[in-house]
Design a protein around this ligand. Structure first.
Ligand SMILES: NC(=O)c1ccc[n+]([C@@H]2O[C@H](COP(=O)([O-])OP(=O)(O)OC[C@H]3O[C@@H](n4cnc5c(N)ncnc54)[C@H](OP(=O)(O)O)[C@@H]3O)[C@@H](O)[C@H]2O)c1
Length: 272
């Protein structure tokens, strides 16, 4: 396929739904040549100016194939947005280690695979931008979402380290920490709660609060617009938080107040 008049090329993972789809659409609208990945076939909502590339971020082969394809067609990738992700919930004690491992494989190693596959070409072209979608749950541990939180905390450290390593090649990286957005995430979440779980009652009430917040969350278009601004900014900051004001405020509060006060706030909020 011919590269059109666009100057910058973006590859977006998780572009078949939710935030990734909105980001792909906004980037295309802003003039980027956009390639969007996901496992399911391209959804009807994917704009025709986004080129779908089937990608499973848990597969080395699939990621390699997708990046090779995009590089062969477009010649370069200027912007990588890692939005692929999923969630599991359950008490720490109840979640089988295979499920916990799989959560890290999608949300953390899924980002690692794509970044590793793309860095050589970004280094060669001496420039590029990497935006990783983290979460507010990567700033503050969420009850009954320990493995999801752990995967997003891991991304915080990963992106900080990445920034030091790649700046000499004119490559910048940023982690975007969304609060609650209305996407397919809630419906796709896997709930692990055995019949006889000692945590069942608390799990159900906490998850109900979390799901209510998600389904009443912000429009993904808001995050997408912010990411386009970021992509075109002079420099990428290490991190930004996007989402409802109250949640952005909570992340700031988390930073400045003692742990035990924040914990007390969460205990009240989630009725723990
Ligand atoms: N929605 C929120 O409130 C919220 C808040 C904080 C952070 N986030 C983060 O935002 C990101 C996007 O989530 P979303 O809210 O937009 O949820 P979503 O609507 O469920 O979209 C998730 C996307 O990730 C893709 N994906 C999942 N597993 C994949 C895999 N193994 N390989 C490739 N793609 C995969 C899905 O595509 P396929 O199913 O086609 O593979 C889909 O495109 C995630 O990292 C999530 O943790 C969301």
């Amino acid at each position: 396929m011919e590269q059109k008049h666009h100057t910058k090329v973006a590859f977006v993972t998780g572009a078949t739904s939710g935030l990734g789809l909105a980001i792909a659409r906004s980037l295309a609208g802003a003039g980027y040549a956009v390639y969007g990945g996901g496992r399911r076939p391209a959804p009807a909502e994917m704009p025709s100016d986004v080129t779908y590339v089937q990608t499973d971020v848990t597969s080395d082969v699939s990621v390699r194939k997708s990046i090779d394809y995009v590089l062969s067609v477009a010649g370069r990738v200027d912007l990588l947005v890692c939005a692929a992700g999923s969630g599991i919930s359950g008490a720490i004690e109840d979640v089988p280690i295979e499920e916990a491992t799989s959560q890290l494989d999608v949300n953390f190693f899924g980002v690692v695979r794509v970044v590793q596959a793309l860095l050589p070409s970004m280094r060669r072209q001496r420039g590029g931008r990497i935006i990783v979608i983290g979460s507010i749950a990567g700033k503050t541990g969420m009850p009954f979402q320990a493995y999801y939180s752990a995967s997003k905390f891991a991304l915080e450290g990963f992106v900080e380290s990445l920034r030091y390593e790649v700046s000499a090649f004119n490559i910048e990286a940023c982690i975007v920490e969304p609060g609650d957005f209305r996407t397919g995430f809630t419906g796709a979440r896997k709930k692990i709660i055995p019949e006889a779980s000692a945590y069942r009652e608390k799990f159900e009430s906490v998850i109900a609060v979390q799901e209510h917040d998600e389904t009443h969350g912000a429009d993904p278009v808001i995050a997408a617009r912010r990411i386009v601004q970021l992509a075109d900014a002079r420099h990428l900051p290490a991190r930004i938080t996007v989402g409802p004001l109250f949640e952005r405020f909570a992340v700031w509060v988390r930073r400045v107040i003692p742990d035990k006060w924040f914990e007390a706030f969460y205990r009240i909020y989630y009725r723990l």
